[in-house]
Write a protein that binds this ligand. Structure first.
Ligand SMILES: [Fe+2]
Length: 357
């Protein structure tokens, strides 16, 4: 048993009880001096409990606010208190504790018990550290995800811009080539752009999807590129062509197909260049294909090419009125042109009544 062996008889029973407690315990007198400390408290304070007897509890604390609080407790000696506090250790660190204090009967002594809560505090701190780590990691991950998202959308925009630029450059090259071919023949450039617009519009009238209609439109631009190889005297002859001249003129279909790149991008252009003079009844050139053996895009370009030739000036003819041109087209349904396409064309130009078959 540690402590003051001269304690009163009442105290000696109490001291036995304090030694049996599984927490730190001390008796203070009204001045705040230690009257008794049990062994457990000595272990907690890392000091010999006998050496502390008679010392004032306030003297162990350096902080003035702790002095004030302890003095206040001693001034209210009869009151009970429980609070979270600490024990100052010899190495300057603090041991966190929960203290409970109450005066003994007669209020000559005050019993204080102390429970070591350092493990709970460490666990709390560890949880707090982990929480802060997770918050920090979450912020990092979130910021990285946002950075990635921005990078990805920037990249997407750049790819889109580059693709649009390449497409525009391709289209420029196509127009330049088409206009070079047209320059030998008719009204520079305007013809091919009309053919592109009409072909796309007729494809849409036929209920083809927009991307396909658009492809048919730009693939139609080079339909007459083979005319680059047809002599000017034939292209600009203001009279009917003789049989040999007609053969050379008709050759622009095969030459056109050969001029065009073998790349997939030009597959439809090649089919149009070769087959845009084929007739539905098999009487066209160069392969005498008939009906649905003629590629769909070539059938479309065939109608709009003839319509455009009729309604515009040519070296061998004046422009026709729209009604007359549409009537001609309507009349050729099933001979030159795909009947279903002819119906769609007449409906598109608002002249469906001109159809006779
Ligand atoms: Fe042609």
């Amino acid at each position: 048993m540690a402590g003051n062996g001269n304690s009163e008889p009442l105290l000696s029973h109490l001291i036995e009880l304090l030694d049996a407690l599984n927490c730190g315990a001390a008796l203070l007198d009204r001045s705040g001096a230690f009257v008794y400390l049990n062994q457990r408290l000595g272990v907690m304070m890392q000091r010999d409990p006998n050496a502390l007897l008679g010392q004032h509890v306030i003297d162990f604390y350096d902080d003035p606010s702790d002095h004030k609080m302890l003095a206040d407790r001693l001034n209210h000696f009869g009151s009970s208190h429980e609070m979270e506090f600490y024990l100052p250790l010899p190495d300057g660190t603090r041991l966190p504790v929960i203290t409970s204090a109450r005066a003994l009967p007669g209020e000559a002594y005050r019993l204080v018990t102390l429970i070591d809560i350092s493990k709970q505090k460490e666990a709390e701190q560890s949880l707090r550290d982990q929480y802060e780590f997770i918050v920090k990691m979450s912020d990092t991950v979130l910021n990285q995800a946002l950075d990635l998202k921005h990078y990805s959308s920037d990249l997407e925009i750049r790819v889109q811009e580059r693709t649009a630029e390449l497409h525009a450059a391709n289209m420029d090259a196509i127009y330049m080539l088409a206009e070079a071919a047209e320059a030998k023949d008719q009204d520079t450039g305007r013809h091919v752009r009309r053919i592109q617009a009409y072909s796309r519009a007729l494809a849409l009238q036929l209920k083809l999807p927009e991307p396909q209609a658009q492809e048919i439109g730009y693939s139609s631009i080079l339909h007459d590129v083979g005319k680059l190889h047809v002599p000017d005297r034939i292209l600009t002859k203001p009279a009917a062509l003789d049989p040999q001249e007609r053969i050379e003129m008709q050759g622009h279909t095969i030459v056109g197909e050969k001029i065009l790149s073998p790349r997939e991008f030009f597959a439809m252009s090649r089919a149009i260049a070769r087959s845009h003079h084929e007739n539905w009844d098999g009487s066209g050139y160069p392969d005498r294909l008939a009906a649905e053996n003629i590629p769909l895009a070539a059938r479309i370009v065939h109608i709009v090419d003839v319509y455009d030739a009729l309604t515009n000036q040519r070296c061998y003819k004046d422009p026709w009125e729209n009604d007359r041109a549409v009537a001609f087209i309507a009349d050729e349904a099933g001979r030159m042109f795909d009947p279903e396409m002819t119906r769609a064309f007449c409906a598109m130009v608002g002249e469906a009544h001109l159809l006779t078959r």
